[in-house]
Design a binder for this molecule. Structure first.
Ligand SMILES: NC(=O)c1ccc[n+]([C@@H]2O[C@H](COP(=O)([O-])OP(=O)(O)OC[C@H]3O[C@@H](n4cnc5c(N)ncnc54)[C@H](OP(=O)(O)O)[C@@H]3O)[C@@H](O)[C@H]2O)c1
Length: 328
């Protein structure tokens, strides 16, 4: 099979398109012929050796996919052979024509969910959903400020917060990104390249926001600490800006707000039943049109580097996918 290989941690353009044996499913595993793979910011971090987990080298990147079940290992018998499924791969292996994963982790797909959208639903929307539901315990009527709101997980957070009945303030760095967030349901937008985030967020929320969803870190996090309502929850999602911020604990004391960590992969591993219930709710929301995956562009496997550079280079609006010719 063809796959993308990371031979050593480093720049994205050191990735290599190569051939490998099609993997054989182990006990409890299913072999999937991949139709599409989602492209996520953490994929780029893993390749550069900047992620919290470092796989043994060489490895195939890619953490989520949509594909067809084609074979089982011992002890696995579902989903049915030929069933189209989506899944995540414990962080690696999806940028390949075939992947083996535990069969029990696969989610059968309705026909209405296209391959490139299904391949991008788990990580971005799963993170936003878990963050807002289990970590922030968001209540209907609360105000949520979403940073990086046109990025993969930011745009998902805009939709999920709306589906949960919140008022959403979306913040992004260009007029085009702000327009995308508004088209995805945001009640208010702030262009934080041209407007003062602190002033506008306080104005729009009537004094302070209940929940901040922060995949950006850096200066945006520093400002967010100063727009929290009493009892607020500041969700630490990621550091796309490249700077892991320091937290001034005096601000938490004064406003009685909490900084809450979110790690979707850990959640899925430690609480599989709750994660499965979340996914069922997400798919229901998708069917009702309350969430959607906005796929800006698809790339063939050979152009994986370009896809990753688009995401890591602050260009992406929504999501991009790797698609596999005759499988998709
Ligand atoms: N905690 C978890 O479980 C979890 C799960 C998924 C992702 N994440 C993390 O969340 C972060 C965002 O992931 P994503 O998939 O949403 O990425 P993305 O689609 O690339 O979006 C990131 C957003 O961050 C903003 N940004 C600000 N400075 C940036 C810079 N120097 N380079 C790139 N983007 C910059 C951009 O919005 P503006 O241009 O509008 O500022 C961009 O849209 C990453 O750090 C990722 O590792 C964490």
């Amino acid at each position: 099979m063809q796959a993308i290989f990371c031979d050593q941690f480093g720049p994205l353009d050191t990735l290599r398109l190569g051939e490998a044996e099609t993997p054989t499913p182990g006990p409890g595993e299913a072999l999937i012929r991949v139709r599409a793979a989602g492209v996520n910011f953490p994929d780029g971090l893993v390749i550069q050796g900047l992620y919290q987990a470092k796989p043994p080298l060489p490895f195939i990147p890619g953490m989520e996919f949509c594909g067809d079940v084609v074979a089982y290992g011992d002890g696995a018998s579902a989903p049915a052979i030929g069933q189209r499924v989506m899944g995540s791969s414990a962080r690696f292996g999806a940028y390949a024509e075939y992947i083996c994963v535990p069969a029990a982790t696969l989610i059968p797909l309705p026909d209405t969910l296209p391959d490139e959208e299904a391949a991008n639903l788990l990580c971005a929307h799963g993170t936003a959903h878990h963050a807002l539901k289990q970590r922030a315990k968001l209540a209907a009527g609360e105000t949520v400020l979403v940073l990086g709101a046109a990025g993969g997980t930011g745009l998902a957070a805009v939709q999920v917060a709306k589906a949960m009945g919140a008022t959403v303030i979306a913040a992004a760095s260009t007029a085009e990104k702000c327009a995308l967030a508004a088209a995805n349901g945001a009640d208010h937008v702030i262009n934080y390249a041209t407007e003062d985030l602190k002033t506008r967020a306080r104005e729009l929320s009537g004094g302070g926001v209940d929940v901040v969803y922060d995949p950006v870190g850096g200066d945006a996090f520093d400002t967010s600490c100063r727009v929290m309502a009493r009892g607020g929850r500041l969700l630490v999602i990621g550091f796309a800006s490249g700077r892991i911020p320091q937290f001034p604990t005096n601000l938490a004391l004064v406003k009685e707000f909490s900084v809450v960590g979110v790690f979707w992969g850990s959640f899925v591993r430690h609480e599989p039943a709750v994660a499965a219930a979340n996914f069922a709710e997400l798919i229901g929301w998708y069917a009702e049109g309350r969430v959607k995956v906005s796929v800006e562009q698809t790339y063939p496997l050979a152009d994986t580097v370009a896809a990753l550079e688009h995401v890591m280079g602050r260009q992406v609006q929504g999501k991009v996918a790797i698609t596999f010719g005759d499988a998709g």
